[in-house]
Design a binder for this molecule. Structure first.
Ligand code: AMP
Length: 509
């Protein structure tokens, strides 16, 4: 199967259904979208020699063109390599070269990109006349016939440690992910609209499949990104929006909604994940918007598909363990096995913390040209996620931390997230990230980087007393570093490696 077959099928079944929206304006129906993808696909083949299996990179901002280009690439049986548009040219050049991309599609000026990529690949701007020419080619009659294990998407990890690696996702990985979405996350109806408010190069882009398969609308906001006021306006004009939102986005959206008295009408589903959602934040979100939230936990290596916390579970306040469950990432999705393992791979009993392992059809085939990293990550058919967590008797998984972020003090494991959760409950704390620092006495000490809420100035003693009230003494931070912002990567994940570097450099601590 070819992923473009879903687009062709929907275009035949509902040719006049609105498909692509720029803000509130419909710019293409399904038949127009499929037609353009088939023409651009032929253009890529004939003008740029793109053949099945070739990699084509997209170094583009969110746009309608993004969706057209993705499907054009699949039409010819080539492999999409989405690169986060906010990456530095040098970082993008690494991905272009590592993937061996033949062609890079960019938004904006071709010359800047070509200089960054040092002519390693042909660069074509979707804003250029040469790109528009591609639409004049005769449409390909059908998507290139390919086996389901063909590579479709080469997804580069965000690289919070080391260089990014290309995760090889096949057609069937993405199919399995899409089917699981319908079972575990949400149904999709033609009147719904996927809103791309987060980078399409990452998780948000993957929502296109389910919405194409069901003939729903695809809305790219005019800002091309996350703007809380714009989203609330689109909720009213476009309606029935579904979107992926990282926890920080949910927080900002709820703040805005509170400020203007918006109760979430016109938003159907907010799928959150990609990083820890603190219980206080999701409680506030449900309070404001009601049952519109579903949590997913996944990683590039098994996209969006490890566990889910359904809409009903997120909103089930009456359940005696509602809060515990809100603090979890939910239960295994229907297409995967999930277990918690000790260092030698043995399954640990409920409640014990170990590494989270996943097996199933959504799990990647391996890392591009990295047999070493593949062998380390895929062992005996299981994906070792690098995330630490525990599973309760009912199958709910609670994430602790990345295995490398766990702090070991006095021989006891301390999970930074637990300490962060406590600090964030203090009303003077706006952001917090906790790391370990080598200590001769304890092995490691807990250090908290804290961003203070504007107009507040809590003392270290006050924060310390607050922590002592809520967690074991040995877990509380021994040192506090007050910062104006936490270093984050382009996906909004806190860079603990950067915090460690800062600590090393800071002689006074
Ligand atoms: P990426 O491959 O860049 O999508 O990052 C995946 C990582 O993000 C996972 O391995 C987790 O550490 C983290 N993550 C993803 N979803 C969640 C979630 N729902 N809660 C907490 N962390 C998450």
């Amino acid at each position: 199967m070819n992923l473009a077959d879903w687009l062709v099928r929907t275009a035949r079944l509902m040719p006049n259904a609105p498909a692509l929206l720029h803000g509130a304006r419909t710019v293409a129906t399904y038949s127009e979208w499929a037609d353009r993808a088939a023409r651009i696909g032929r253009g890529l083949r004939e003008a740029y020699g793109v053949a099945p299996g070739d990699r084509v990179a997209l170094f583009m901002a969110n746009s309608i063109d993004y969706l057209e280009v993705l499907y054009a690439i699949w039409f010819v049986g080539a492999v999409a390599v989405p690169i986060n548009h906010k990456l530095h040219g040098r970082e993008a050049a690494y991905i272009v070269s590592d993937s061996g991309a033949r062609l890079v599609l960019v938004s904006g000026d071709e010359r800047d990109a070509a200089a960054a990529f040092q002519n390693a690949a042909t660069v074509l701007s979707v804003e250029s006349g040469r790109y528009r020419e591609l639409c004049r080619y005769e449409p390909l009659s059908a998507p290139h016939a390919q086996a389901s294990d063909s590579l479709a998407w080469l997804f580069y990890t965000s690289g919070t440690t080391g260089s990014p690696k290309g995760v090889m996702l096949s057609v069937q990985n993405l199919q399995a992910m899409s089917f699981a979405y319908f079972v575990d996350v949400d149904e999709v109806r033609p009147e719904d609209a996927a809103l791309y408010a987060a980078p399409m190069s990452h998780g948000a882009g993957l929502y296109n499949f389910m919405h194409v398969a069901r003939g729903a609308r695809h809305c790219v906001p005019e800002s091309g990104g996350f703007d809380a006021a714009e989203i609330l306006a689109l909720a009213e004009t476009v309606g029935s929006l579904s979107m992926f939102a990282a926890p920080t986005m949910v927080r900002r959206l709820i703040q805005q909604a509170r400020a203007v008295g918006h109760s979430g009408d016109g938003i159907r589903t907010i799928v959150y994940g990609g990083g820890p959602m603190y219980v206080a934040d999701i409680e506030a979100a449900v309070e404001q918007f009601g049952p519109r939230f579903v949590q997913i936990y996944g990683q590039g290596e098994t996209p969006m598909t490890i566990t889910a916390l359904s809409r009903a579970l997120v909103a089930d306040r009456a359940h005696p363990r509602w809060r515990d469950r809100l603090g979890s990432v939910g239960v295994a999705q229907s297409c995967v096995d999930v277990r918690i393992a000790g260092p030698t791979g043995e399954t640990l009993p409920p409640g014990e913390t170990g590494e989270i392992l996943v097996r199933g059809p959504s799990v990647m085939d391996g890392y591009w040209n990295r047999p070493d990293a593949t062998a380390e990550t895929l062992r005996d058919g299981w994906l070792w996620t690098g995330d630490m967590g525990a599973m309760d008797e009912d199958g709910f998984v609670t994430l602790k931390d990345r295995s490398k972020d766990v702090i070991i003090s006095g021989g006891t494991n301390i999970y930074p997230r637990e300490v962060e959760e406590v600090l964030l409950r203090h009303d003077a704390v706006h952001g917090a990230s906790v790391i370990g620092r080598p200590s001769a006495e304890w092995g490691e000490d807990v250090v908290a980087f804290v961003v203070i809420t504007a107009d507040k100035s809590p003392s270290v003693d006050e924060l310390d007393a607050f922590c002592r009230e809520q967690i074991a003494r040995f877990k509380r931070p021994k040192h506090y570093v007050f910062v104006s912002a936490l270093p984050k990567n382009n996906y909004g994940k806190v860079l603990k490696t950067e915090l460690r570097r800062q600590l090393d450099a800071d002689a006074c601590l």
